[in-house]
Design a protein around this ligand. Structure first.
Ligand SMILES: CC(C)(COP(=O)(O)OP(=O)(O)OC[C@H]1O[C@@H](n2cnc3c(N)ncnc32)[C@H](O)[C@@H]1OP(=O)(O)O)[C@@H](O)C(=O)NCCC(=O)NCCS
Length: 262
């Protein structure tokens, strides 16, 4: 049987080859991390293991653990591709698929979280917590491995992002740096936000408690959200209030929810 072509991986290889020809100082690096690999999963596990490996779990062992998660849960490779597409389509500063794969710590942290979540669900919580700690130290992104995150996700810049254990994020979500999806500190149990499909959260915003942020909603930079947010509205301020309503009753059918990022 002829193997199915992976057009996204073909494109990443072509981008890396073009960059290697153009910039000799990066040629060896681009060969080692992209061109030497047969598939996207191999390149990504090499990159993540190189960044997150330590004396405790070496890059070689970690690479095997990451590769195993990719093999055993096909939703991860699928999400990786959707996340790359999300970054390219929503971030005007990104013009190639290879850029997030090689350089964006938001993308790296998200994919490493996906591996940690896999081991959390596979009843290997100590390993998942070690991964969370490494991801937090290396990328300054602290995502509890029990959190549930969909696909088509963009964490732009990503420094100082915190996502709590019982948070749930649906598909097509975008978020800037310094965002917290946390608890209020007043209750235990299911205590973190639930974020609907297509939501955008601006830089520095904090969403606290088991509140629901509706589909397609936008949260302004620097806001503090303490209560439910209806579908498709924009909220801003401290505490956040609705500042913009959708132009019509069915905004999802009329226009794509716009995302504003640097
Ligand atoms: C909220 C946001 C998405 C704009 O949404 P919008 O629906 O187009 O809203 P508008 O710009 O029309 O503003 C509506 C009102 O909210 C206010 N507002 C907008 N953003 C706000 C914010 N972050 N905090 C407080 N008030 C804000 C505006 O001043 C305006 O107030 P007014 O009606 O009294 O004049 C945008 O302001 C934002 O915060 N984007 C995040 C981008 C980001 O994080 N960038 C970082 C890149 S590194």
């Amino acid at each position: 049987m002829t193997p199915v072509r992976d057009e996204l991986w073909d494109r990443i290889r072509a981008e890396a080859a073009a960059d290697a020809a153009r910039e000799p100082a990066l040629a060896s690096f681009l060969h080692t991390v992209v061109l030497a690999h047969d598939k996207l999963e191999d390149a990504l596990s090499y990159i993540l293991a190189g960044k997150l490996g330590s004396d405790t779990i070496t890059p070689l062992t970690l690479r095997d653990l990451i590769a195993r998660a990719f093999e055993e849960d096909p939703q991860i490779p699928n999400a990786v591709r959707e996340d790359l597409r999300a970054v390219l389509s929503r971030d005007p500063a990104t013009r190639s698929y290879s850029t997030p794969l090689l350089y964006f710590k938001g993308f790296h942290a998200l994919q490493a979280y996906r591996v940690a979540h896999y081991y959390w669900c596979a009843d290997r919580q100590p390993l998942a917590l070690w991964l969370q700690s490494q991801i937090s130290q290396v990328f300054a992104v602290d995502i509890h491995p029990g959190a549930r995150i969909g696909k088509g996700i963009m964490f732009d810049h990503a420094t100082s992002v915190v996502i709590g254990e019982t948070a749930v994020i649906e598909d097509d979500f975008s978020m800037l740096h310094e965002v917290t999806l946390g608890g209020t500190g007043k209750v235990g149990g299911d205590r973190h936000p639930k974020i609907g499909r297509g939501v955008m959260i601006g830089a520095g915003a904090k969403v606290l408690g088991n509140v629901h942020v509706g589909e397609g909603a936008r949260i302004g930079a620097g806001s503090v959200v303490l209560s439910d947010v209806p579908d498709y509205v924009t909220v801003a301020g401290v505490p956040a209030e609705v500042v913009t309503y959708p132009k019509n009753a069915h905004p999802a059918l009329e226009e794509e929810v716009e995302v504003l990022v640097a």
